[in-house]
Design a protein around this ligand. Structure first.
Ligand code: FAD
Length: 284
C-alpha cells in the first residue's frame, strides 16, 4: 500500500526539529531509519500530516568516549554499532546483539535510537540496553533530561519519550573486561526473537562477581532477570551453578502467547537461553 499524503521536513539541528515537533504536535511523526515507521505508514496504521526526518542532523550520529560512559547518538546506525571498536571494548553486549538484528540492509538504515524509541518488546536492542543500565538522553523545548533504563520502557511500544520530545543519545556505562553474549531463538533467520537473552558477566578468579541479564519478548517491555542476577553473584563460574541460577529466568516475567509459542513454552525457553547466554559470557 501507499502511505497517506504527508508533508516532510528535514531539519539540520535538534532545536529546529524540536520547534517543528512543537508546531505540529500530534500531527507529526519522527523519521529515523524508517525501518519500522515506513511499514506502519504503508499499512496506514498511522497517518501523520508531517514527517520530521532526523537524518540531516549530524549531532545525533556517532559514538564518543565520556569517561566512564560511551555516548551513542540516537541516529547511529545498527551497522555502525556493529563495527565500532569502542563499543566492542566497553559495551560488547550491544555488538553481540546487533549482529542478530534483522539483515545487513536493515542494519545499514535502522538506528540505535529508532529501535529503542520504537520499543517493540521483541526488538533486539532493548534487553541489552536494560542489562547495561543505559541512560536515555531526551531533549524537549524545556531542556534535556536523562532517564534511567529501568524507567524508559513503559509498556508495549511505549517509552518515557514525550510527544514533543526527541531521544538524542544513549549513555552506556562502560563494562570493560566483562564477558557478553546474546542468545536469540528464532524459527528462521532474520526474524524477531521468540525469546532472547542478553547477558553481561564479570568473572574474577573463577567466581562470578557481577551479572546483568536482560530478557527480550518475555513481557510487554524488555525485562531484567533480577532473580538470576542475584543468584549468580558470588557463585563459581561452573555449569551447575549457572544452570541453577538460570532456572529462575522467568520469575516475574509475563510472556505473551502467540502462534510462535505459548507463555509456558517461552518461560521454559528463557531458562535454557539464559543458561547458554551466561555460560558463553562467562567463558565456561
Ligand atoms: C524486515 C525487517 C526485519 C526486522 N527485524 C528485526 C529484528 O530481528 N530485530 C529487531 O530488533 N528489529 C528488527 N527490525 C526493526 C529495525 O530494528 C528498525 O531499525 C527499528 O525497529 C527502528 O529503527 P529505525 O531507525 O528504522 O526507526 P523508524 O522506523 O524511523 O522509527 C521507529 C519509531 O521510533 C520513533 N523514533 C525514531 N527515532 C526517534 C528519536 N530519536 N526520538 C524519538 N522518537 C524516535 C519514530 O517516530 C517511530 O515511531 C526489522 C525491520 C524490518 C523492516
Amino acid at each position: 500500500m501507499i502511505p497517506a499524503q504527508f508533508d516532510y521536513l528535514a531539519p539540520t539541528t535538534v532545536d529546529e526539529a524540536l520547534a517543528a515537533l512543537a508546531e505540529h504536535g500530534d500531527d507529526a511523526k519522527i523519521l529515523a531509519g524508517g525501518q519500522s515507521l515506513l511499514p506502519v505508514l504503508r499499512m496506514r496504521l498511522n497517518a501523520p500530516e508531517m514527517v520530521i526526518d532526523l537524518n540531516k542532523i549530524p549531532e545525533l550520529r556517532g559514538v564518543r568516549d565520556d569517561g566512564d560512559h560511551l555516548v551513542i547518538g540516537a541516529m547511529t546506525r545498527h551497522s555502525d554499532i556493529a563495527m565500532d571498536p569502542q563499543i566492542g571494548e566497553h559495551a560488547a553486549l550491544l555488538q553481540k546483539a546487533v549482529h542478530h538484528l534483522a539483515d545487513e540492509q536493515i542494519r545499514h538504515r535502522g538506528t540505535f535510537g529508532g529501535a529503542l524509541a520504537h520499543a517493540d518488546p521483541a526488538g533486539d536492542m532493548g534487553a541489552p540496553a536494560l542489562a547495561l543500565g543505559c541512560e536515555f538522553v531526551i531533549a524537549g523545548r524545556d531542556g534535556v533530561r536523562n532517564v534511567a533504563a529501568d524507567d524508559f520502557f513503559v509498556d508495549l511500544f511505549e517509552t518515557a519519550i514525550g510527544e514533543d520530545e526527541i531521544l538524542t543519545a544513549v549513555r552506556v556505562p562502560k563494562h570493560t573486561g566483562w564477558g557478553a553474549h546474546y542468545e536469540k531463538f528464532v524459527r528462521v533467520a532474520h526474524q524477531w526473537p521468540i525469546v532472547a537473552v542478553a547477558a553481561a558477566v564479570k568473572v574474577d578468579g573463577g567466581t562470578i562477581t557481577e551479572a546483568r541479564v536482560g530478557l527480550t519478548n518475555m513481557g510487554s517491555t524488555p525485562l531484567r532477570a533480577r532473580a538470576v542476577e542475584d543468584a549468580l553473584r558470588g557463585q563459581p563460574a561452573t555449569e551447575d551453578a549457572v544452570r541453577d541460577a538460570a532456572a529462575r529466568a522467568a520469575e516475574g516475567a509475563n510472556p505473551p502467547s502467540d502462534l510462535n509459542g505459548d507463555a509456558e513454552y517461552r518461560a521454559h525457553l528463557a531458562t535454557v537461553l539464559t543458561r547458554r547466554a551466561v555460560l558463553t559470557a562467562a567463558g565456561v
